[in-house]
Design a protein around this ligand. Structure first.
Ligand SMILES: [Zn+2]
Length: 322
């Protein structure tokens, strides 16, 4: 009888030791760290594998957990692996869901600039969301209601509204590799213009038999809208005319420079500026054109870059009095 009790005691000790060794040889923390190295797919595979043995016990078994796995040279029960994998899998699913949600929120609050070139951007249409963002960032008004407009990806439609939205998309998406000389905090045309808190960006129509120009006053800029439905504005630069939507951000920046927060009201030598160095609207336009040609990687074709470069040269030649 004593022997039997002793034997049971020894067996009990053995059992306790096995449980102890199993529990503390590899801590949950270490095991979880090891499992974290697995990819999502590997973790899912492991979970399915271990859950089969857990959820499909053989007849007479409470649960099937006689399978052991080796971790770091130590034996670990598959049940623990299953439980920790499950925890990790749930944590990851939650994290992935959060990341997806954040991405979709960002997509709703940002203009899509995921285009390799300006021409690629222009082939697509502004989304409903981008239209909302642009109209929310700028108070854009028209003195004449623009015609109905439409746009299809890869299509050839052109209209005042489409040209206007594409101007702002280009302003946002043109990637400069250096800051603006006239606004050293910025290297983005859209962001700089937005920072000026303009009261209005007014698109206006020129009365018949009058000469009209883009201009600015106080904190509003006025941009001519009459020709903006020209098909050349569905292209960065149209090769027949040498003009296109690529120049419209430049004109917008020129006029924005004339506003109060833009920093340089009028011109200083009649319609021209006295010097390039004063960085008036012509100086800004000159530098911006050169940056479009030289500081935007492969965003513009070499033909487009040359057009910007030549336009800069022309301004340098004709727009400064001394
Ligand atoms: Zn001007």
């Amino acid at each position: 009888m004593k022997k039997l009790i002793f034997l049971i005691f020894v067996l009990f000790l053995l059992l306790v030791t096995v449980i102890y060794v199993e529990k503390f040889a590899v801590s949950d923390e270490d095991l979880k760290k090891g499992l974290e190295d697995l990819s999502d797919e590997e973790l899912e595979y492991l979970l399915n594998q271990t859950s089969i043995s857990e959820n499909n016990p053989l007849v007479g078994e409470a649960s099937r957990s006689e399978f052991y796995r080796t971790y770091d040279g130590k034996v670990v029960s598959s049940l623990r692996v299953y439980e920790l994998s499950k925890l990790l899998y749930e944590e990851r699913s939650y994290r992935n869901l959060q990341e997806r949600e954040i991405k979709s929120i960002i997509a709703q609050t940002q203009i899509n600039c995921n285009f390799k070139t300006a021409q690629e951007l222009l082939a697509t249409c502004p989304t409903e969301n981008e239209i909302k963002i642009i109209r929310n960032d700028f108070n854009i008004v028209f003195d004449k209601t623009p015609a109905q407009w439409s746009c299809t990806n890869g299509g050839k439609e052109s209209s005042v509204m489409l040209t206007m939205y594409n101007t702002f998309r280009l302003m946002k998406c043109t990637p400069f590799n250096q800051k603006f000389i006239w606004a050293p905090k910025y290297n983005n045309m859209y962001d700089w213009t937005k920072s000026l808190n303009l009261k209005e960006i007014q698109y206006f129509s020129c009365p018949p038999n009058e000469n009209c120009f883009n201009h600015a006053g106080s904190d509003t800029i006025y941009l001519l809208m009459d020709d903006l439905d020209n098909p050349i504005y569905r292209e960065v630069i149209n090769s027949n005319t040498g003009s296109g939507v690529g120049f419209l951000p430049v004109l917008t920046i020129h006029e924005s420079r004339h506003t109060v927060d833009g920093g340089h009201k009028g011109h200083t030598c009649a319609l021209n500026d006295q010097t390039l160095q004063e960085l008036g609207a012509w100086g800004v336009q000159y530098h911006l054109l050169n940056m479009l040609a030289n500081n935007t990687g492969n965003y513009f074709s070499s033909y487009e870059e040359n057009r910007f470069r030549n336009s800069a040269k022309n301004i340098l030649k004709t727009r400064f009095c001394s």
